[in-house]
Design a binder for this molecule. Structure first.
Ligand code: HEC
Length: 465
């Protein structure tokens, strides 16, 4: 009798509820069954409890089947032994004891760290709504293990260079020790390169000496000799920018990133006499850590077949009163020729919250180039569009950054808030947005260059950069 009942009830249950949601199961249902069964003396509630367990086990997400693939793809690059995150999430035990916290931080989209809300970019670290729901279900149903034999092998993080033997491999001149505690450090290290001719760089890669303490790293080249004077052996402190101009960037590294490959036909120029300058953001781990980051460069003999330009938007007129919650900085540039936008790179310090970049097309419509709703200085990077964005002559590219200098901004470095103006320090502010653009017709390169030059001169006259 009990068996038949169990079968009937379970069939009923699975037809009634296609998707599990235990909290909405059922006292009413128990009453319904009791009514249906009339006088049969059986502990229906107890039976339902048994059924619930059986049913949960058969339909709830499990680590092996549902959760591990998400964690391996979207979390493991940082949450692994010797990764930048404070704990690993590779094994069932690691993940299960934090299942609630995982559900919470993913629902808020605090993890994985990924700032743009719009549009989509290459190598996006962003969970789908479905993945977030799976992690929530998993936590709600008690973080089930599932069948370990089903778990896919965890991802490997090879020590070698992913692109093979580099043409030039260099490292910091000496190991650098980051103290156990204290604020984050931004440190620039000069890496002398062997004397030689100009080279075209087609790809670069970075290998932190200690990925626990290296939060991110950016590579620049300095032709001015400034960095060389400042670095007496153990680097120099350089929050925000590396402290020389022009700071010609060659690429960067954030945890989980792949080697940087330059767009087809647009290699970067590495000047013969330049010093490489590596800017590293260190985040103390609670123990003293020693880092010696290495960089690999891959050259090509093929010079550029297309000319990429930097379209810089921004302002030097930053003066934010204390308490001001919606201080806006804006800038714009009207394109003199048709272009393709390949990448976008925003920069501000701690007070900035909202970053918006868009193009107003000649027909009046708007195309979003970047929207970050909650800027976080810790996770800055360049974003590459999935495919180049084509903008016609006459389109106006606009940027608008909003700063919150009130005590309500949890990232405000000043307590109480104070007046903040432009500057390179961590308690100063900046507003910069760089777009990597290429004229659609190569013959338009000079016209574009002239217009960009004109913009720079106007800004200088206004007391800007
Ligand atoms: C790019 C690196 C990176 C990726 C990818 C990443 N995390 Fe993290 N995670 C961190 C760092 C660094 C911290 C510690 C600092 C912090 O809380 O911001 C952290 C902290 C956490 C915390 C603790 C938060 C707290 O409040 O204590 C949880 C939980 C977490 N991550 C879960 C995840 C999950 C789940 C994923 C994948 C869906 C993920 N993370 C992806 C770097 C990463």
């Amino acid at each position: 009798m009990a068996q038949t009942l169990m079968f009937a009830a379970s069939t009923l249950l699975s037809t009634l509820f296609a998707r599990p949601a235990f909290s909405m199961l059922p006292l009413d249902f128990a009453n319904l069954l009791t009514d249906l069964l009339g006088g049969v003396t059986i502990d229906v509630v107890h039976l339902l409890g048994l059924l619930a367990g059986f049913w949960a086990a058969s339909t709830s997400p499990t680590f092996s089947h549902d959760v591990a693939p998400i964690l391996y793809r979207q979390c493991a690059s940082c949450h692994r032994p010797a990764g930048v995150a404070p704990f690993s999430l590779l094994t069932y035990q690691d993940a299960a004891k934090r299942s609630r916290l995982i559900a919470t931080v993913t629902a808020k989209r605090y993890m994985p760290p990924w700032l743009p809300v719009e549009p989509h970019f290459q190598r996006e670290r962003r969970l789908s709504d479905q993945e977030i729901a799976t992690l929530a279900h998993w936590a709600d149903a008690g973080a089930l293990a599932g069948n370990p034999a089903e778990t896919a092998p965890p991802p490997q993080f090879p020590d070698g260079w992913q692109l093979g033997k580099p043409d030039l491999e260099v490292e910091m001149r000496a190991p650098y020790t980051v103290p156990a505690e204290g604020p984050d450090q931004y440190r620039c290290f000069v890496i002398p390169t062997p004397p030689g001719r100009d080279r075209w760089v087609r790809a670069m890669d970075t290998r932190p000496g200690d990925a626990k303490v290296v939060h991110h790293a950016l590579l620049f080249q300095d032709l001015s000799g400034t960095a060389r004077k400042r670095d007496t052996g153990s680097g120099y402190s350089c929050f925000g920018t590396p402290g020389f101009l022009p700071a010609r960037g060659l690429g960067g590294w954030t945890p989980g990133s792949v080697p940087v490959r330059k767009a087809d036909g647009i290699p970067d120029l590495l000047h013969g006499g330049a010093d490489l300058v590596l800017q590293v953001h260190y985040h103390p781990t609670g123990k003293p850590e020693t880092d010696r980051t290495r960089v690999a460069l891959y050259f090509t003999d093929q010079g550029p077949t297309r000319k990429a330009s930097d379209l810089p938007l921004g302002s030097n007129q930053i003066d934010i009163p204390p308490g001001e919650q919606h201080y806006k900085v804006s800038d714009h540039f009207t394109l003199p020729v048709d272009v393709e936008v390949l990448a976008i790179n925003p920069h501000a310090h701690y007070l900035c919250r909202d970053m918006l970049a868009y193009a107003v097309l000649p027909d009046g419509s708007r195309k979003t180039l970047l929207h970050i709703a909650e800027w976080n200085f810790d996770w800055q990077q360049e974003y590459d569009y999935i495919s180049p964005i084509r903008l016609p002559e006459g389109a106006r590219v606009e940027m608008e950054f909003t700063y919150d200098n009130s005590a309500a901004n949890p990232r405000n470095p000043n307590h109480p808030p104070k007046r903040v103006v432009l500057g390179p320090g961590s308690t100063d502010e900046m507003a910069g947005l760089h777009l990597g653009i290429v004229p659609v017709d190569a013959d338009d390169a000079d016209e574009l260059a002239q217009a960009l030059w004109g913009k720079m001169m106007r800004q200088l006259r206004r007391g800007g950069r």
